[in-house]
Design a protein around this ligand. Sequence first.
Ligand code: CA
Length: 364
Amino acid sequence: MKITEVKTYDLNYPLAEPFANSRVWCKARTAGVVEIITDAGVTGWGEGLTTPNRQEIDAHIIGRDPLDAAVIWNDLYAQGWGDIAAISAVDIALWDIAGKVRDMPVYRLLGGAFRHRIPAYASGLFMRNRPDNTGALADEARAYADAGFPAVKMKIGHGEDYDVESVAAVREAIGDDLLFAVDANCGYDVGTAIDVGRKIADSDIYWYEEPIEIENVSGYAEIRRALGMRIAGGEMLRGHRAFRNLIQGRGIDIVQPDISVAGGFTECRKVQAMASANGVRVLPHMWGTSIRLAATLHWQATIPDDPESLHPQPSLFEFDMTENALRTELALEPLRAVDGEVEVPQGPGLGIEIDRDLLERYSS
Ligand code: CA
């Protein structure tokens, strides 16, 4: 079997209402999608934060055997493809092909699923330009609790006053039983991160995500020691070596590789092994189209419970609740959270069919 053609799609979905994390206002959702076509009549889909460029595809991918995913990964990297996010898209598409060729879901190729339904956390609660932002956050959080999510995550990093007031409002809205994570998107320095952490601690925070720049590994360790709170991060790191210091630095409890940023299935499994050896839990980051959603489900299904006991911490799936037709409509049969759980697709490969009309509509 050989790869005969690769198509790339730069997707852009403009938002009806922009929202902000601590660093940027998000006005559109974007993704790089690749479609890899083979001479066996099998086509694979992958997504990266970026798309590979045409010349590199023609020179290094066309004519290769698609079942050589790990070999192709290393070749692309060695060829100077510094953009691991684009390699991620290729790798995911090759695993989709491998599953379709063998007529089995990707999670089975990876050794089988520890769970077929994954409990999800509602990831949203961004800052928006509204007259009563705190009230709107409480309403949004209440809706997630009512929908049956066992956990929610909100954005902080907008200043101590904002964080303290809105975290308290969201905790009050969801009640005492739901797990509650906060995410500062690397928006603070060490001192502010510790101050904020102390002030919101009585809202029973399950994890504190990316309080500071991810490269500041000793800063993470300082925050973790000062707060005694679970610390999480790593969604923008690319390639398993980029995770090494963070995972070994005793600064995080939960590492969050993104399959479309870190390097696809091939690379994320290496990160997972390194995390396991260092006592760090893996909860993948997910922020993308139906393709990344499906790929993340397959990977997360294969990650063992942590700790491997009768009473593990929950393997929580990041379910993005914001407006994005690329996530809700790109797969002909959408992947949904029902009663706070998401079902792992059971079809061959990634287990999704792509809506080509939607793909063309949002291709730039
Ligand atoms: Ca995050």
